[in-house]
Design a protein around this ligand. Structure first.
Ligand code: KIV
Ligand code: ZN
Length: 389
């Protein structure tokens, strides 16, 4: 067992992920995904927003009832009726969490909430206190923290921890931040909030500028100990930080992190496929970790290197994230050694080097006409060569 800190993985596929237009899920689909997340050993599963609809209330209640090994969380605005509804939905949870939020940026407070900053702090404190009536695990989020003033963020963080928040989440709600600056926000909170060590500091990054994972990692390097993320990076607009990328970045670069997750990463591909199948959101082939090409090699130089020593071109093992193995894709960039190796796996050997060369030349001709050469193409190619002889 590692003596490093525990990096808590808070999965919000079933809540923020579901906010992707077109990604809504039924209660039973949410339960199926929650069970897969439990097998992945996610620490916290945010199952939904109970006040949003009767269906979402039921889904959160069903997940809370059936999940035993992960904590189940329900979202609530900083309003009594939301918190009571979340409390009710989580009543049967083995371990439950209420996650309450209010916006803290000048633009949100002035234009959306039409509230003074002091009123926002009062409402946040009242919400945390009310949530504590239901559970001793209460998370507070400062919505749009990424565009909030640091002095105000420090004040509200201190106040909600004093009121009983056990996790304080700093969301980059609109994906506006860049890594070194976002990391500095976390460092400042740890340094300036006197009671900061009484709560877990968390981050929740959106991907509007494609920086959600990078920002989350910068935050972790500056002391955040919970990351909110989703399978396949699903979520509002451009999505949330992708769980599989965060988990594998931290695991692969343990030299840079003083913490690690407790995930069973071999479940990652299964979760990715399940979420993609249920939501209909396909995973792009070149998506890190879970894309079909994430462990595929096509160029001859790379294939030759990997065949000699996998680590020449692979920083992770395909099996560690749940693929059965890496994949050598035969195409026009492939070389003789991958060609020979694949044919050997298919039980095809050549009597002489000349025969191999002739078959390889035919393969290259075919590869110019086709994106990928499959095993059937190779069989046909060798059979045709024998017929011609
Ligand atoms: O992006 C956001 O700010 C949120 C909060 C509710 C945490 O999703
Ligand atoms: Zn969000």
């Amino acid at each position: 067992m590692s003596d490093k800190d525990h990096l808590i993985i808070f999965d919000t596929t079933l809540r923020d992920g579901e906010q992707s237009p077109g990604a809504s899920m039924t209660r039973d689909e949410k339960v199926r995904i929650a069970k897969a997340l439990e097998r992945l050993r996610v620490d916290v599963i945010e199952a939904g927003f109970p006040i949003a609809s009767p269906g979402d209330f039921e889904a959160v209640a069903a997940v809370a009832e059936q999940i035993k090994d992960s904590r189940v969380c329900g979202l609530a605005r900083a309003l009594d009726k939301d918190i009571d509804r979340a409390g009710e939905a989580l009543a049967k949870a083995n371990a439950g969490r209420i996650h309450t939020f209010i916006a803290t940026s000048p633009i949100h407070m002035e234009k959306k909430l039409r509230m003074q900053p002091e009123q926002v702090i009062e409402q946040a404190v009242a919400a945390v206190r009310r949530a504590r009536r239901y559970t001793d695990d209460v998370e507070f989020s400062a919505e749009d923290a990424g565009r909030s003033e640091i002095d105000f963020l420090c004040r509200i963080t201190e106040a909600v921890i004093e009121a009983g928040a056990t996790t304080v989440n700093i969301p980059d709600t609109v994906g506006y931040n860049i890594p070194d600056q976002f990391g500095a926000v976390i460092a400042a909170l740890r340094e300036r909030v006197p009671n900061a060590d009484r709560a877990v500091l968390s981050v929740h990054c959106h991907n509007d500028l494609g920086l959600a994972v990078a920002n989350s990692l910068a935050a972790v390097r500056n002391g955040a100990r919970q990351v909110e993320c989703t399978i396949n990076g699903l979520g509002e607009r451009a999505g949330n930080a992708a769980l599989e990328e965060i988990a594998m970045a931290v695991r692969t670069r343990q030299d840079l992190f003083d913490c690690d997750t407790r995930l069973d990463t071999t479940q990652i591909v299964t979760c990715s496929r399940l979420v993609s199948g249920i939501t209909g959101f396909t995973v792009q082939p070149n998506k890190a970790v879970v894309g079909a090409n994430a462990f595929a090699h096509e160029s001859g130089i790379h294939q030759d290197g990997v065949l000699k020593n996998r680590e020449t071109y692979e920083i992770m093992r395909a099996q560690d994230v749940g693929w059965s193995e890496n994949r050598m894709v035969l195409g026009k960039h492939s070389g003789r050694s991958a060609f020979r190796s694949r044919l050997h796996d298919l039980g095809i050997e050549f009597a002489s080097e000349e025969e191999l060369n002739a078959a390889f030349a035919r393969f290259k001709d075919l590869a110019d006409k086709k994106h990928e050469i499959f095993d059937e193409d190779l069989q046909a190619l060798v059979t045709d060569a024998n017929l011609d002889a």
